[in-house]
Design a protein around this ligand. Structure first.
Ligand SMILES: NC(=O)c1ccc[n+]([C@@H]2O[C@H](COP(=O)([O-])OP(=O)(O)OC[C@H]3O[C@@H](n4cnc5c(N)ncnc54)[C@H](OP(=O)(O)O)[C@@H]3O)[C@@H](O)[C@H]2O)c1
Length: 245
């Protein structure tokens, strides 16, 4: 008998979805809640209306929520193996996506950057340290293909495009730091495709293929499950294709 072998039970794999109140976020939580699928023991859901709540204008709320997740892991003998950030903003009270530079507006730009880039950056600060230092773990930040500079052929949507491009750069940078902590860990930006949610509704044109959030969630989870560590720091779409920055 190896007396040095640990007798502790292996830690249970836990998933966390941030932005769980959105169309895609809720579908991700639902999919991850199906027992026996996705290799997850339990999924935690956080957003603006959960307890604890996450509010991107209040960094203390992120710090508090991260401490809560750490306490859940300790209490359950669990480890955070999957983190998905599904928050995002395209249109609302702060404004609409721009069709021309003439429509650039400081208030809308601030909001679009705050929710699509600054909030997820604060999530990195407070939640990436919760990922285990050994073994496979994945952090997926839902971005958008329109944030790809290399793919920008149409123009328009200045603020949303630029904020998602900023998110992509944050993901790339965090992936480099994360790899130093754990070579098996991944940090990726995700393009979910066009999904039938409140975010896309006003822009759904006839002929545009809108996929139900349940389908998009399933596809994204399958892509995340199949990623290799060397794909960390990339922008991947719902079909598993790597997109240009
Ligand atoms: N739908 C599409 O066709 C499409 C296409 C490409 C990329 N995306 C991206 O996919 C992600 C999910 O979007 P969705 O389609 O599910 O849209 P949605 O239904 O409008 O969900 C928006 C999400 O953003 C969060 N959010 C909104 N305002 C926030 C704020 N002020 N502070 C913190 N969180 C805020 C909400 O979280 P809580 O309500 O839980 O707080 C919610 O999860 C976004 O990153 C979006 O940019 C969507």
């Amino acid at each position: 008998m190896n007396v040095n072998a640990s007798t502790a039970a292996p830690a249970k794999p836990l998933a966390l979805v941030i932005g769980a109140g959105g169309g895609l976020g809720a579908a991700l939580v639902q999919a991850l809640s199906i027992p026996g699928e996705h290799g997850i023991d339990r999924v935690l859901a956080l957003g603006r209306s959960t307890q604890p709540a996450i509010d991107y204008s209040d960094e203390a709320s992120l710090e508090n929520a991260a401490a809560w997740v750490a306490a859940q892991c300790d209490a359950e003998g669990a480890e955070l193996r999957l983190l998905i950030v599904a928050s995002g903003f395209l249109h609302g009270a702060a404004g609409q996506p721009e069709r021309s530079w003439a429509q650039l507006d400081a208030e809308y730009l601030s909001e679009v950057f705050r929710i699509n880039a600054i909030g997820p950056a604060l999530v990195m600060k407070h939640f990436l340290p919760l990922l285990p230092r050994q073994g496979r773990c994945v952090a997926g930040f839902v971005s958008a293909k329109v944030g790809s500079i290399g793919d920008n052929a149409l123009g328009g949507w200045y603020g949303y495009r630029a904020a998602k491009a900023a998110l992509n750069q944050l993901v790339k940078t965090a992936a480099i730091e994360l790899k130093r902590r754990n070579p098996q860990a991944l940090c990726v930006a995700l393009h979910p495709g066009t999904v039938d949610t409140a975010l896309s509704k006003p822009f759904a044109k006839a002929g545009l293929k809108l996929r139900p959030p349940e389908v998009a969630a399933k596809e994204l989870l399958a892509v995340l499950a199949g990623l290799e560590p060397q794909q960390s720091g990339t922008l991947v779409d719902y079909q598993g294709n790597t997109l240009p920055w």
